[in-house]
Design a protein around this ligand. Structure first.
Ligand SMILES: Cc1cc2nc3c(=O)[nH]c(=O)nc-3n(C[C@H](O)[C@H](O)[C@H](O)COP(=O)(O)OP(=O)(O)OC[C@H]3O[C@@H](n4cnc5c(N)ncnc54)[C@H](O)[C@@H]3O)c2cc1C
Length: 470
């Protein structure tokens, strides 16, 4: 393989990516190759991507081109047409933006780790980004175990790297907050841009043409699948930035006062874009914290950063340190014991998955939320809480409630299958929360009532607004 003069003997140290974001996953020595490979999976963007930047630096030092490869499988866990169409809109844009930097993004059909290994055969070095879910970790371990060159993982989808933030599963937001706040000055810093010296656009790796991708999408089962929600949420980094800018200009000042009012929709809608790595949490945090601040606006900036930096990174901490994050067994002991003690309590309403999925309950507020989720792929946080609490109340057992909740969450939300999905589901059952006054079915787990919605927000306005034509 091609080994240019001056080829480094050791893995290059980055000049711009903090070493705390870098982890070599195997101990293979650097070798000669045709290119440096970035196997893109979690951080699907061309901007503010530490893995990409590290790849560019490494390629420049090795005097090689940087090739980016994305493995596209129709068997991705729980993925459906809604998720694929949003993701592919983003990847098309990422491909164009990378090409403008002289970098080829090859979309290759196949199981992602196999695609990475195959493309890695001619690589001097393989770089991957970091994901926190079980299959994402397994795929990276498999690639690191089999690749004949170094495999380096770069963390770009958390502002504070997960292992630096905490070495254990945190009990609640209040326990992780001081740790993250202490570390923010070190990590809340813009990522410098590095230009690639040797373009990869002409590299002879066969990638899929758009019509092949469309044909693959057509192979998904049409009748039983979930339709795209592009009418409401279009994928892509450009759309993410445009939404963020609009949010900062028009809505952020009201965020502290009204982000828990579902009828106002005064939230950023960043979660679908964050989930697919189309925008970096670092970029959002920087844009929000650089907002010209008045005392009134500062309260909103703080409230927003609490969600983005504390709640979101608590969810990452949760899935990273909780091996059974997607099973009922993940909830805290106190919550399991109290729910168990109330498992035979009489349930006034009992609904199976079909009745729930078709929004056919007696509760108009809940049905409106379910319809919003089914049609648009999104739901306001406050309604997600109510929606989840009612599934617990109306299911024959807490175990069945957990399973139904996660299945619906991951099927309909564009941002489903995210660390936030699992932490959000577990919160319904007591995770990251404390015991409350004991009551039927819920025991000491926090309860939410329809009367609470009526008291705390204009729920009738929410129902009217969410009467979306299908
Ligand atoms: C039962 C339940 C299920 C949930 N399922 C998901 C899911 O599948 N995917 C998902 O991304 N989020 C989920 N959440 C968390 C939260 O509701 C969404 O992240 C939020 O609604 C996204 O909207 P936004 O981007 O407009 O939020 P904003 O209010 O604008 O907040 C900005 C960002 O902060 C983070 N954030 C906000 N609220 C929370 C929270 N409660 N927990 C963790 N991070 C938060 C998100 O990254 C969000 O994009 C769930 C919450 C619950 C209670």
């Amino acid at each position: 393989m091609h080994k240019p003069p001056g080829f480094p003997t050791e893995l290059p140290a980055s000049l711009v990516v903090d070493p705390a974001r870098v982890r070599q996953l195997n101990d293979r020595p650097l070798r000669s190759g045709d290119y440096v490979l970035y196997w893109m999976q979690q951080s699907q963007r061309a901007a503010d991507n530490h893995a990409l930047t590290y790849g560019i630096e490494a390629a420049n030092l090795c005097r090689l081109p940087l090739l980016v490869v994305f493995g596209l499988t129709m068997h991705y866990p729980e993925a459906n047409r809604r998720h694929f169409s949003f993701m592919l809109e983003g990847l098309r844009e990422t491909s164009t933006r990378l090409a403008q930097q002289g970098i080829r993004l090859a979309m290759v059909h196949g199981h992602p780790p196999e695609v990475a290994l195959k493309a890695g055969r001619k690589a001097a070095l393989v770089i991957c980004d970091r994901g926190y879910l079980r299959h994402q970790k397994q795929w990276r371990t498999a690639v690191a175990g089999e690749a004949q060159c170094p495999v380096v993982e770069i963390e770009s989808d958390a502002v504070v790297p997960v292992d630096v933030a905490s070495a254990k599963a945190e009990y609640a937001a209040r326990t992780i907050r001081p740790k993250i706040k202490r570390l923010l000055p070190a990590f809340l810093k813009p990522l410098k841009t590095v230009r690639l010296q040797r373009p990869s656009l002409e590299l002879p790796l066969r990638g899929m043409a758009m019509n092949e991708i469309d044909a693959l999408l057509q192979s998904l089962p049409m009748q039983t699948d979930v339709p795209p929600a592009g009418r409401f949420y279009r994928g892509g980094a450009g759309e993410a930035m445009a939404r963020l800018r609009r949010f900062i200009e028009q809505t952020l000042p009201r965020y502290a006062a009204s982000h828990n009012q579902p009828q106002t929709d005064d939230v950023s809608h960043m979660s679908p874009y964050l989930h697919f790595g189309q925008i970096s949490p670092l970029r959002i945090a920087l844009e929000i914290s650089q907002t010209q601040s008045t005392p009134e606006l500062q309260a909103s900036v703080d409230a927003y950063l609490e969600q983005l930096l504390i709640r979101r990174e608590l969810a990452i901490n949760f899935v990273h340190h909780t091996p059974d994050y997607d099973s009922y067994s993940c909830i805290p002991d106190w919550a399991r014991q109290t729910l168990d003690a109330h498992r035979t309590d009489r349930r006034e309403h009992l609904y199976g998955r079909d009745a729930l999925e078709s929004a056919g309950t007696h509760d108009a507020y809940w049905n409106a939320a379910m319809m919003e989720m089914r049609i648009t792929g999104f739901m306001h946080t406050y309604m997600r809480m109510y929606w989840g609490k009612k599934i617990l109340e109306w299911s024959p057992s807490p175990e069945q409630a957990f399973e139904t909740l996660l299945a619906l969450n991951n099927r309909y939300f564009i941002d489903g299958r995210d660390p936030n999905s699992y932490a959000g589901a577990a919160w319904i059952f007591g995770t990251h929360d404390r015991p409350w006054k004991e009551r039927p079915i819920f025991g000491k787990v926090r309860y939410m009532a329809a009367s609470g919605l009526e008291r705390k927000c204009d729920i009738a306005a929410y129902v009217n607004l969410r009467a979306i034509p299908q």
